[in-house]
Ligand binder design. Structure first.
Ligand code: URA
Length: 425
């Protein structure tokens, strides 16, 4: 087989065979072809797309490039949850203990943040002592005893995806639906759960900017799941507005603690309850309304909160000792009116510049920095009132202005977009 023939075939928009995709991917993993050759292949896919069958081939080859986790010794229902990444997205910290408290296992392998998107691993690393690298035995044991465990993505899973995703990032070829679908699904399927719930973020602060593309990505992932007999459910949720009040690693852990102390942002609560209900309903095979009642009961009775503390302690974390040392800068509103927009992209750029994000995977980050929003979307604010607080160790020029610029404050109140857009099964 010749790589140039395979690339040409895709450039001419012809359908590739399994063995051709396998040859390209495996040759790249084994360093038999250069970044340049692989880039040409990726660009051919980027420009011409892949059929569902070809997307499945790519997913399958990437799964087989690494380990597949066997969770068969866990005798409880198991469900995995994935978020495509949003601003202020601390949902994993909230839904994992809720779902575990219902008797459903949540084995989560999470990633670090890269670019503007934060990663669950970074949030958990802001808890002193929290161990992200459990052995396979410890991981399974935690799932059996506690019911949830969140660890960093194993280097051994979907090895090809790691290399290809890094190259896609480098050459700017991330936003292709078949490439994203195969990348996410290869990791999720190799992680071993039978039910996979995907929170697909849509809007300015997400990599899927519009509902049409997000729907197409969701449908592709659901179809890929069917090849493996896995139940994949995708919820499209709005990411034009940051999720909750806090953005920044330690600050987001604090918001999760607040959630279990019944101090929560309405939109964060709504999405957390919905995703938890979806996870429980599909894993236990009960109706959504029964699952929702159970979720509310677990939150209100304190069972979910106890599970949250049990989980963090089980992984060595001392929740009372967060890496949250930072100075505060209070931002005052310069005008009165209704908050009609909070630009999640602008705020994520600010938080990134404060030191919470990384450009390269190996960059060090500041866990304590970030922002807290004192006012919510749709709320009225008066000139002179506190709009929010910036937590910083390294000042960013004009940071107060950047914070204020993220808010659109107008005389007339506009309708607030719903957080849950639709669910695709
Ligand atoms: N997340 C992934 O894991 N892969 C992509 O391609 C995009 C987002």
């Amino acid at each position: 087989m010749k790589t140039s023939d395979i690339i040409l075939k895709k450039q001419n928009n012809e359908k590739l065979e399994y063995k051709e995709i396998e040859y390209m991917v495996n040759s790249y993993v084994k360093d038999k072809i250069s970044d340049k050759t692989m880039s040409d292949f990726i660009w051919a896919i980027y420009n011409n797309g892949l059929s569902i069958e070809e997307t499945y081939y790519l997913t399958d080859v990437m799964i087989k490039s690494g380990e597949v986790i066997d969770l068969s010794e866990i005798k409880k229902p198991i469900v995995d949850k994935h978020s495509t990444g949003g601003v202020g997205d601390k949902i994993t910290l909230i839904v994992s203990p809720i779902v575990a408290a219902s008797g459903v296992c949540v084995p989560k392998m999470s990633g670090r943040g890269l670019g503007l998107t934060g990663g669950t691993v970074d949030k958990l690393e802001s808890i002193t002592g929290y161990k992200l690298n459990l052995t396979k035995k410890q991981f399974i044991e935690s799932l059996k005893t506690v019911g949830c465990a969140v660890i960093s993505q194993s280097e051994k899973i979907a090895v090809a995806d790691k290399k290809i995703y890094a190259l896609r990032n480098e050459i700017g070829a991330v936003d292709s639906i078949p490439l994203i679908a195969s990348s996410i699904m290869s990791k999720k399927i190799a992680s071993g759960s039978d039910v996979i719930i995907i929170d697909l973020k849509v809007g300015q602060g997400a990599f899927m900017k519009n509902i049409k593309d997000a729907t197409s990505l969701a449908k592709t992932m659901v179809k890929i799941g069917k090849y493996y007999n896995k139940k994949v459910i995708c919820t499209l949720s709005d990411m034009n507005i940051p999720l909750g009040s806090n953005i920044g690693n330690a600050l987001e852990v604090k918001e999760a603690i607040d959630f279990f102390d019944n101090k929560y942002d309405k939109r964060l609560y709504e999405l957390s309850v919905y995703i938890s209900s979806l996870m429980i309903s599909s894993a236990k095979k009960i109706s959504m309304s029964n699952a929702k009642n159970l979720v509310i009961n677990l939150i209100e009775s304190g069972h979910a909160k106890n599970k949250f503390y049990e989980w963090i302690k089980n992984q060595g974390g001392n929740i009372k000792n967060l890496k949250d040392k930072a100075k505060k800068y209070i931002v005052i509103s310069e005008k009165s009116g209704y908050i009609n927009k909070i630009d999640s992209l602008k705020l994520s750029e600010l938080v990134f510049n404060l030191g919470s994000g990384r450009v390269k995977k190996t960059d060090k980050i500041d866990y304590a920095c970030g922002v807290v929003l004192n006012k919510k979307i749709g709320q009225k604010v008066l000139k002179g009132e506190i709009l929010g607080v910036i937590y910083y160790n390294k000042k960013v020029e004009n940071m107060d202005k950047e914070f204020i610029d993220a808010f659109t404050i107008e005389k007339k109140k506009k309708k607030v977009k719903k957080i849950i857009i639709k669910t695709i099964k």
